[in-house]
Design a protein around this ligand. Structure first.
Ligand code: GAF
Length: 389
């Protein structure tokens, strides 16, 4: 299924840009958020991931300027008009959503691409802080726009690395390459099976509807940030594990090596390593099952992935566990937290006939636990980043 760009909304954004900045944008670009079906915290270990682009997007109307002034505005307006100087961008200096376009401009400059000032208006329906990668949706739309307008000739793989540089060095979040790969390289109706070692991809058909299923996203409303310590400390544990085991990355550790690894690593590091090693294997199994049998046959792998993140990697939280357990108890065939963890969203692969029951049960369970009411919606694999006008 394709998400058809909403033409009136795109013209409205263009008109709003003109009203704010005095003339029409050079164009409007759109990039989606993502859910990850499976393969968590494997990307920065050169492993495997299986995310897909979702039918929720960030749109940017953008026009290059003849000077070095950058002016940034959003339709949700929390920060008002933010100004910066393209010739003096400093990592760590920006705030809120403006970190992402400024980070991309800075990263391109580090690559030797001259980025002048620009005016930018952002509109986005990717929920913020929900673990659906609203930040990479903005970065992907902006890098696509600047790459095109500057005729920089970057390939998708290069744009993936430059948005990673923006996140790692400008924003200060030590994230990998999964989210922007899904956003930039996603395809309607498909999950993106990505080998993070060489960025090769295989598009794997994922049609839940055809299998009588829906993929529910349960946004727990527990907001998280990858610039907080939890994500970084997991990454450090993986690096330590690889160093002690004498490999360049945990990609080179197989399930058969785990027994020996348990004697070499401290208990916590071993559990972190075990998560990554078994998660890589689950991604491969999921791809195999999707290809041979379809989405109705991956439920147990999703469940096992969640258990591994909860118990070995320790990145779940009570709200995510409750969303997963309640979904399973009310008919979902598999459920797991998705994304970096410590909050954000869970996904629940649910037979259509149980969809309402799962939705109601999760809302009731959150109420009974005294948690904030979650947002629950369905997603389908949608197209990757593109220019709209
Ligand atoms: C976040 C990061 F941005 C990704 O790179 C990835 O590590 C993910 O957490 C965990 O799988 O979304």
């Amino acid at each position: 299924m394709t998400s058809t760009p909403d033409a009136p909304a795109v013209s409205a954004l263009s008109e709003q840009f003109e009203a704010a900045f005095g003339s029409a944008p050079d164009g409007v670009w759109q990039a989606p958020g993502r859910v990850n079906l499976i393969g968590e915290h494997t990307d920065y270990n050169e492993g495997f991931v299986l995310p897909f682009a979702i039918d929720k997007t960030a749109k940017v109307a953008l026009r290059l300027r003849g000077d070095s002034q950058i002016r940034l505005l959003s339709t949700f307006g929390a920060q008002g008009l933010v100004e910066a100087d393209a010739a003096a961008l400093v990592p760590g200096s920006a705030k809120g959503w403006t970190k992402y376009p400024l980070g991309v401009a800075w990263a391109l400059q580090q690559r030797g691409i001259e980025v002048p000032g620009f005016d930018l208006l952002l509109d986005s329906d990717v929920p913020l802080g929900a673990g659906l990668s609203s930040s990479h949706a903005i970065e992907s739309a902006v890098i696509l726009a600047l790459n095109e307008l500057k005729e920089a000739g970057l390939r998708a793989e290069d744009m993936v690395l430059e948005t990673q540089r923006a996140e790692n060095e400008f924003v200060g979040a030590p994230t990998g390459i999964m989210d922007q790969s899904a956003s930039l390289r996603g395809s309607a109706g498909h999950a993106v099976f990505l080998d993070c070692r060489d960025q090769s991809i295989q598009l794997v058909p994922f049609d839940a509807e055809d299998a009588g299923l829906v993929l529910l996203v349960i946004d727990t409303k527990v907001s998280h940030s990858h610039a907080d310590g939890g994500y970084a400390s997991r990454r450090e544990s993986c690096e330590l594990g690889a160093e002690v085991l004498g490999v360049s990355s945990l990609r080179d550790v197989g399930i058969g090596d785990l027994e020996e690894a348990s004697g070499l690593l401290d208990e916590t590091t071993f559990r972190r390593v075990r998560h990554v090693v078994t998660e890589n294997d689950r991604v491969l199994q999921t791809v195999e099952r999707l290809t041979s049998d379809g989405p109705g046959h991956i439920g147990l792998l999703l469940d096992a992935s969640h258990a591994s993140m909860r118990d070995d990697f320790e990145i779940s939280c009570p709200e995510l566990d409750l969303a997963v357990d309640t979904s399973r108890a009310h008919g979902a065939i598999g459920a797991r937290m998705t994304g970096g963890g410590f909050g954000g969203s869970a996904i629940a692969l649910t037979p259509v006939r149980h969809e309402q029951e799962v939705r109601d049960a999760v809302v009731r369970a959150f109420e009974a636990a005294g948690f904030t009411t979650p947002d629950i919606f369905t997603v389908v694999p949608a197209a990757g980043a593109t220019r709209l006008i």
